[in-house]
Design a binder for this molecule. Structure first.
Ligand SMILES: *Cc1c(COP(=O)(O)O)cnc(C)c1O
Length: 395
C-alpha cells in the first residue's frame, strides 16, 4: 500500500503511541482528582499543554484542549462572535475555508449575523485588498485558514493579523493543516485564536486544541465541569492529550528536516506529473504551499474513477477533502480559484508525509500515467478533442 492521503489523516507515530500507552490501563485516574494517584495524569496533561503551546510561541495557559479541529473551529467562531455581539454582528471569512468554518458561519447567518466571504486569486491566496475593504465598524471577527486542506496554499497570515490588529478585530485561524507542518508564531502573526488537531500531524484522532490569547473574552461551547479553566467542560482525554503533546514535541524537533524532505519529494512529484501527463495542471500556489501537498487536475478525467483505479493499485489518494468526497458536488475550493465545474470534478490530491519515499512517488506517477491514458482512451470527450486538434493542424 502507498498512503498519499496525509491531509485526511496521518499515522500515529511510534513515539506518540508509546507515550500514550501508560494512560489507558495504568495511569487512568481522572487528572482533576485530588488524590496522589491522579498526580501523574495531571502532570502529563500539563506537560502536553506546554509542548502544544511551545510550537506556536504561546503560553501553556492559552491552550484549551478540545475533541479536534471541528470543535475548535465551531467554538472559536461561535463564542468569539457571541461575546462581542454588543459591538456588532459582522464576520469576515474566505470562500475556501473548511466546512467546520463555513457551516458555522452559515449557522450564524441564520441567527442574525452577517458574513462576508472573501475571494481568492487563481493560486488560492485571499485577496488582501478585498479583505481590507470588507472591514466595517461592526466587524468583530476575521477567520481565515492558515493553509488550505485541498490545494495547500498558505495564506498571508502576517498581513491579515496586522489588518485585524489595526482595526481592533479578533483574528482566528484554522491552522489544522499548518500546525506541526510549518512554523507559526501567534505573536509575530497577531493571531488571537488558533485551531489545531492531533491526527493531522501524527497524533491521535479526536483530540485538538483552541489557542485563546490571554485577555480575549469569550464563553464556552461545551458547558459542564470546570476543566480547562472552566472554558471547556469534560473529563480530560489523558491519552489523547499526551499523544497530541508528544506529536507537537516531535514536530518541533523534526520540522526543518521534514519540510526539506517533503518539499523536495513534492516538487519532484509535481514536475514528473506535469511533464509526463499531457493536459494536467497543478492547483494552488507553487511557492506558498504546504510542503506535503500536491493537487492536480487532468482534463477529460473524472476524479472519482481515478481514485478507484489508483485504489486497485494500492494507492490511497483523495479528490479534494475527505469531508466532501462521497458527494458529487465539485470542490468549493477549486471553484473559488476559478476552475470550471467539469475541471473541478477531475481533481486529485496527493499528500505526503515525512515517511513517504521516492520509490513510492515513482510507482504512483507510473500508475497515474497508465490510468489517465486508459481513462482518456475510453472518453468520447477526449476523442472529440483529439480529432478537433488534428483538424486544426491540418488546416
Ligand atoms: C481536518 C480539518 C479540520 C477538522 O479537524 P478534525 O480534527 O478532523 O475535526 C478542520 N480544518 C481543516 C483545515 C482540516 O484540514
Amino acid at each position: 500500500m502507498i498512503y498519499l492521503d496525509n491531509a485526511a489523516t496521518t499515522r500515529v507515530s511510534a513515539e506518540v503511541y508509546e507515550a500514550m500507552k501508560p494512560y489507558f490501563c495504568e495511569q487512568y485516574a481522572n487528572p482533576s482528582a485530588i488524590y496522589s494517584f491522579a498526580g501523574s495524569a495531571a502532570k502529563a496533561v500539563d506537560e502536553a499543554r506546554r509542548q502544544s503551546a511551545a510550537l506556536i510561541g504561546a503560553q501553556p495557559n492559552e491552550i484549551y484542549f478540545t475533541a479536534g479541529g471541528s470543535e475548535s473551529d465551531n467554538w472559536a467562531v461561535r463564542a468569539a462572535t457571541e461575546a462581542s455581539a454588543g459591538k456588532g454582528k459582522h464576520i469576515i471569512t474566505s470562500k475556501i475555508e473548511h466546512h467546520a468554518i463555513l457551516h458555522t458561519c452559515q449557522y450564524l447567518e441564520k441567527h442574525g449575523y452577517e458574513v462576508t466571504y472573501i475571494n481568492v486569486d487563481e493560486n488560492g491566496t485571499i485577496k488582501l485588498d478585498e479583505l481590507e475593504a470588507a472591514i466595517r465598524p461592526d466587524t468583530t471577527l476575521i477567520t481565515i485558514m492558515a493553509a488550505n486542506n485541498e490545494i495547500g496554499t498558505i495564506q498571508p497570515l502576517k498581513e491579515i493579523g496586522a489588518l485585524a490588529k489595526k482595526n481592533g478585530i479578533l483574528f482566528h485561524t484554522d491552522a489544522v493543516q499548518a500546525y506541526g507542518h510549518i512554523p507559526l508564531d501567534v505573536d509575530a502573526l497577531n493571531i488571537d485564536l488558533l485551531s489545531a488537531s492531533g491526527h493531522k500531524f501524527h497524533g491521535p484522532k479526536g483530540i485538538g486544541f483552541l489557542y485563546i490569547r490571554k485577555g480575549v473574552r469569550m464563553g464556552s461551547l461545551i458547558h459542564g465541569g470546570a476543566q480547562e479553566r472552566a472554558r471547556r467542560a469534560g473529563t480530560h482525554n489523558t491519552p489523547g492529550i499526551v499523544g497530541l503533546g508528544a506529536a507537537a514535541a516531535l514536530a518541533a524537533a523534526q520540522m526543518e528536516k521534514s519540510i526539506d524532505k517533503e518539499t523536495t519529494l513534492r516538487d519532484y512529484l509535481i514536475k514528473r506529473v506535469l511533464e509526463e501527463i499531457p493536459y494536467s495542471r497543478i492547483n494552488g500556489h507553487l511557492v506558498n504551499r504546504l510542503p506535503n501537498n500536491a493537487n492536480f487536475c487532468f482534463r477529460f478525467i473524472e476524479g472519482e474513477s481515478l481514485l478507484i483505479l489508483l485504489d486497485q493499485k494500492g494507492i490511497c489518494a483523495s479528490s479534494g477533502s475527505a469531508c466532501t468526497s462521497g458527494s458529487l458536488d465539485p470542490s468549493h475550493v477549486l471553484l473559488a480559484i476559478g476552475l470550471p465545474h467539469e475541471t473541478a470534478h477531475g481533481s486529485l490530491r496527493l499528500t505526503l508525509s515525512d515517511e513517504t519515499t521516492k520509490e513510492e512517488i515513482d510507482v504512483t506517477v507510473e500508475a497515474l500515467k497508465n490510468i489517465v491514458a486508459r481513462l482518456r482512451s475510453m472518453s468520447p470527450l477526449y476523442e472529440d478533442f483529439v480529432k478537433a486538434q488534428r483538424q486544426d493542424r491540418e488546416k
